[in-house]
Design a protein around this ligand. Structure first.
Ligand SMILES: Nc1ncnc2c1ncn2[C@@H]1O[C@H](COP(=O)(O)OP(=O)(O)OP(=O)(O)O)[C@@H](O)[C@H]1O
Ligand SMILES: [Mg+2]
Length: 246
């Protein structure tokens, strides 16, 4: 049975899709078979970030409605060295919770990791459709508004049946932390109330990669941050203190 990871946020634009993409790439480069699924029906974007928008023939609803098998509908993403597959959100219509529920149990029997990029806003019926082994990653930034929204989101998710709820702090500037412009790491942990899984720096490489669908240079700070998070998710003991150097 593979692992099911729901990438969410309280506030829109915190970086859910960017984190989903780069985490999926990092996990696939560590010899995992990974499926990344765009759940933002009507507002899809992962095809651009993954550099495959000219290859899409089928979408998630083709699978959910039973018209295509998962392996017929997925796109092989070159960024992931052959072990990363992608299923795009439908352009029209909505995602039915019951159908999502049976889809994720099939998908996790075929993949080591299934990463679900959730849309912003209240999608409780989709969270409730997930099985008890689903793990939630809440993405937030270090500003006060994002942190408050993450705290609310974390509290909500903890009342649902997730196996774990963890925080990814994205777009971090340690300079801003040092100058007191944003919360520092300890304040982030305290005010979000969610256990920290990883920290991703503010990075022009991430921004450009998301615009162009090109891979991150594996030596850039952001790529290293995603590699560390992927390792932590896989159970390696990577101390959080190392993040302070990024
Ligand atoms: N670490 C980062 N460094 C620089 N830019 C980033 C970083 N993470 C995300 N971004 C940029 O922030 C913007 C929003 O990111 P993204 O689309 O991933 O957020 P989202 O939470 O998925 O948004 P939505 O709520 O609309 O789905 C994008 O332009 C992306 O390139
Ligand atoms: Mg998004």
């Amino acid at each position: 049975m593979g692992r099911l990871i729901a990438v969410t946020s309280g506030k829109g634009g915190a970086g859910k899709s960017s984190v989903s993409v780069h985490l999926a790439v990092a996990l696939s480069k560590m010899s995992n078979k990974v499926l990344i699924v765009d759940l933002d029906a009507g507002m899809r974007c992962l095809d651009i970030m993954l550099g495959v928008s000219d290859q899409m023939l089928f979408d998630l609803n083709d699978v959910l409605k039973g018209d295509k098998a998962i392996n017929e509908a997925v796109i092989n993403v070159p960024l992931g060295d052959g072990s990363l597959h992608f299923l795009v959100a439908p352009l029209k219509g909505k995602i039915e919770p019951k159908e999502l529920s049976s889809f994720v149990s099939s998908a996790t029997s075929e993949y080591d990791f299934v990463i679900l990029d959730f849309p912003s806003g209240a999608v409780d019926e989709l969270y409730l459709a997930l099985p008890k082994y689903a793990e939630a990653l809440v993405v937030c930034n270090a500003d006060a508004v994002s942190l408050r929204d993450a705290a609310v989101q974390g509290t909500d998710l903890k009342t649902l049946n997730f196996l774990s709820v963890r925080l990814i702090l994205n777009r971090v500037s340690f300079d801003n932390m040092r100058r007191g412009i944003t919360a520092n790491i300890d304040e982030v942990i305290d005010s979000s109330g969610i256990r920290l899984m990883g920290v991703v720096p503010q990075s022009m490489d991430v921004y450009m990669s998301c615009c162009s669908g090109q891979a991150l240079n594996k030596k850039c700070r952001a790529a290293k941050a995603f590699q560390r998070i992927a390792k932590r998710i896989m159970g390696y003991d990577i101390p959080l203190v190392a993040y302070k150097k990024i």
